[in-house]
Write a protein that binds this ligand. Structure first.
Ligand code: 5GP
Length: 126
């Protein structure tokens, strides 16, 4: 069972222009903007414009055009923001939280693009 989409969530309001954001890229189907509480020198959120709660919902229900648009934008931003791995270091992390176990705060599908510092291990030890 999936969680119903709530169109009063913060990112839906950003998409409708009801609250401000700091956009860095917009395509036909996707929007990217800075996280309001950055956890790295680069912390960008990439969201589809469509009403999806989780990555799984997006992967199941979005059109191919939406999926291609979103996937390409995430990759392009990693390059444009200089987060490409090199022999000397660099790189980035992509995270998409879903549901309570992952502490998803905003129930509109998004990917965190993080970089600009050493990010450490994926999770604290169990
Ligand atoms: P989640 O825990 O759902 O994966 O992450 C939601 C993210 O959205 C958090 O990193 C949080 O800082 C960010 N966020 C919450 N409200 C706002 C907002 O109004 N504007 C922006 N730009 N980011 C927000």
């Amino acid at each position: 069972m999936t969680i119903a989409y709530d169109d009063q969530n913060i990112f839906a309001k950003i998409l409708r222009g009801e609250i401000p954001s700091e956009p860095i890229a917009e395509t036909e189907h996707s929007l990217a903007f800075r996280d309001i509480r950055p956890q790295a020198p680069v912390h960008v959120l990439v969201i589809p414009k469509g009403a999806y709660v989780t990555y799984a919902d997006f992967a199941r229900d979005a059109s191919e055009a939406e999926i291609v648009d979103f996937t390409r934008l995430v990759g392009q931003l990693a390059e444009e923001l200089d987060l490409v791995p090199s022999p000397g270091g660099g790189g980035h992390r992509l995270i998409s939280n879903a549901g309570a176990d992952a502490h998803q705060e905003v129930p509109h599908m998004h990917i965190h693009l993080l970089g600009g510092r050493a990010l450490g291990g994926l999770l604290p030890a169990m």
